[in-house]
Each structure stands twice: as C-alpha cells, then as structure tokens.
Design a protein around this ligand. Structure first.
Ligand code: ZN
Length: 354
C-alpha cells in the first residue's frame, strides 16, 4: 500500500518535470545517493518514462523516432571573467527544445533562437573572486535530457579606483542610505524581469555625444567618509538639454523620478538586459513605448544627486549592474550571434582532450 502510494507520487513529480523548468537542477544539488539507491531510482524512472511514452504510441501504431540528436556544444564567454563583466552563454543544440542554466542558486531559461540557446548574466563589481560553479541543461522535444554540464567560471578582480566625492548644500540630505535603498526599491521591478525576446541586433550606441567623465566600478565615499557604494554605470558630461538617445532598441519599462537619481528612464532590451538613463532634465518617452536604437528618449540634466549636468548610464543584466563599456565596443560586445569556434565548445570530446 505504502509502496503503491510512493510510486504514484513519483509519477506525478516526473510528469511535472516535462514542462516545468523552474528548477530543473534540483536533483543535481541533492546530496549524492548511494550507488545502489541511485541505480534503483534510475531504473524506476526509466520504467515510468517508458510507460508514459509507449502508451499513446501503441494506440497510434507509430514508430518512435530514435534518431540521436548531435551533442549540444556549450560556449561560455568570457572565462575567466572580471568583476563587472557580462557573461554570455551560447548553447548550440540542433533539434533541442529547451535549455536553462544554473548560477548561484538561481535557474535561468535560455532564449531559443534557431539552433542556438542564448543567455546573459552579470558579475557584480564587488562579487567575490575565485571559482564559481555554472550548470547548463538541455532537453529534447519529448522531455528527454540531452545534456547536463557543470563547469567552473573563474571570477577575477576588477581594477577599481577609489573616489571621494564632496556633496554639500541641499544634496547632502540625499546621501542618507535609506533614500538610496528607497530609490533602488522603486526602480528594481522595472529592470529585473525577463522578456523572452532579443529586441536588438548588434553593438549598443553611446547614449550621448559627449566625453565619459566617470567610469563604472569606482569605489565611492562621500565627504571623506568610508566607501559606501560603487559607481553602477558610466557618466557622460554635457550641457543641460543635450539629446539622450536609446543605446539600442527595446521597450520603455519605466519613466519617472526618484530622489537620488532624479528623472530617469529604463529600456527593456529583452533576455534580461536593461539600460537606465538618469539625472535627466526631461523624459520624452512613456512606459510601453517601443524605441529604436538612436531614438531621442530624454534630455540631459542635473536632477537628483548630481554635482552638475551629466548623464548617468547603466546596463543591468539579470538584475546586476555591469560595466557598460563592453556593450558599446565591437571587440568586447557579448554578441549572441557571433561565429563560434568548435574548438572552444564545452563538449565531452573537448573536455576529454583538456
Ligand atoms: Zn553616475
């Protein structure tokens, strides 16, 4: 009786696994079972899978297509990766149905585009350095797992400068950490979603014609105090009213005002990539508007915590503010459609060679 009940329970779990990739890696994170129980568990699963798949096939008198699919090839670029960089994952898997990756306790679906699956994630400027585990899984159309690959990404330190900024007058009140937290909380929902499309093709444009006046990653203290934050984007200098353009195509996800950032606008470029534009004098687009690369979206200003007119420009990848520079440089751009060298793929053959 108990055995029958347990069997039915396992069957339910198995059928849920087919279409639900919320946590396909859960099994891999469980402590390793003994070889005996592992083999038994596997045999049981195989039984159920055959029962589930054979029943409808026998009714329809069809032949099961057992043509093996080519082994998926996984590309992780770059590796090693520096603090502040964006990591691009490309999985080349003809005939596969879904793919996802596991990173720091989170599972992300990868975007399916022709024979590739594509995903991005960001490394925080102050992320811990050293090896980090990354998992990639690929499934076929009948829910069969084609690949499970666990590999290591090496995070190396960025080379950040330390900057002490003097803030006085009415702006000094904006240094209150509670105001910073409230600002972040207000913008968070508009730059952390996952739109399952890629709205752009090709390198991003700088958002203004102007000189960069502050770099990403700079460790900041205010009025001689301790370091309290890092600079989450790059600043462009200019005059109030200077045209601010969309770095690339996307959909406006937020347009509004916060006390620290002043007037701002956020564009969702899809696949978890967002750009944010702040301290604006004017915002010229509204949420939900589709913008093309280079479209006028706002005008430069000095609203919020600003010592003068400038644009603060951010790139956010899966919720992490990353260095925007690689996104506007063709040689460093994380291009999901770049030509790939099979020798760099993570496959069982290449791993055996290494
Ligand atoms: Zn800034």
């Amino acid at each position: 009786m108990l055995r029958a009940f347990a069997g039915a329970g396992a069957g339910l779990v198995l059928s849920a696994c087919g279409g639900d990739d919320l946590d396909p890696f859960a099994a891999y994170r469980q402590p390793e079972a003994s070889p005996d129980s592992g083999a038994a568990g596997q045999a049981q699963q195989t039984d159920q899978q055959q029962t589930l798949e054979l029943a409808p096939v026998q009714q329809a008198s069809q032949v099961i297509d057992i043509e093996p699919l080519p082994e998926p090839a996984v590309y992780i670029m770059p590796n090693p990766v520096a603090q502040g960089q964006t990591v691009l994952i490309v999985v080349v898997a003809p005939g596969a149905d879904t793919a996802s990756m596991w990173w720091q306790g989170q599972t992300f679906s990868l975007l399916h585009s022709e024979e590739r699956f594509v995903g991005f994630f960001g490394i925080d400027a102050n992320a811990g350095v050293g090896p980090q585990s990354l998992g990639v899984a690929v499934w076929g159309r009948r829910g069969e797992q084609l690949l499970w690959q666990e590999t290591v990404i090496e995070i190396v330190g960025g080379d950040w400068t330390v900057d002490n900024i003097q803030i006085d007058g009415p702006n000094e009140a904006l240094l209150d950490p509670a105001i910073r937290r409230a600002d972040e909380a207000q913008r968070l929902p508009y730059q952390t979603g996952l739109t399952p499309q890629l709205h752009w093709l090709g390198v991003f444009d700088p958002p203004v014609d102007g000189a960069i006046t502050a770099l990403y990653g700079e460790q900041r203290s205010f009025n001689g105090g301790p370091i309290v934050e890092y600079h989450t984007g790059i600043d462009y200098g200019g005059e109030t009213g200077t045209a601010v353009k969309a770095g690339n195509s996307g959909i406006v996800s937020w347009a509004g005002r916060t006390r620290r950032r002043g007037n701002g606008i956020i564009i969702d470029h899809g696949v978890g990539v967002f750009t944010g534009y702040y301290h604006l004098s004017e915002v010229l687009q509204t949420p939900g508007t589709v913008v093309e690369q280079g479209d006028l979206i706002a005008r430069m200003g000095a609203t919020g915590l600003a010592t003068g007119p400038h644009l603060h420009w951010e790139v956010v990848v899966r919720g992490v503010t990353v260095n925007p520079l690689p996104w506007i440089r063709s040689l460093e751009f994380p291009d999901p459609y770049q030509a790939l060298n099979p020798a760099n793929a993570l496959t069982s053959t290449n791993l055996a060679r290494g």
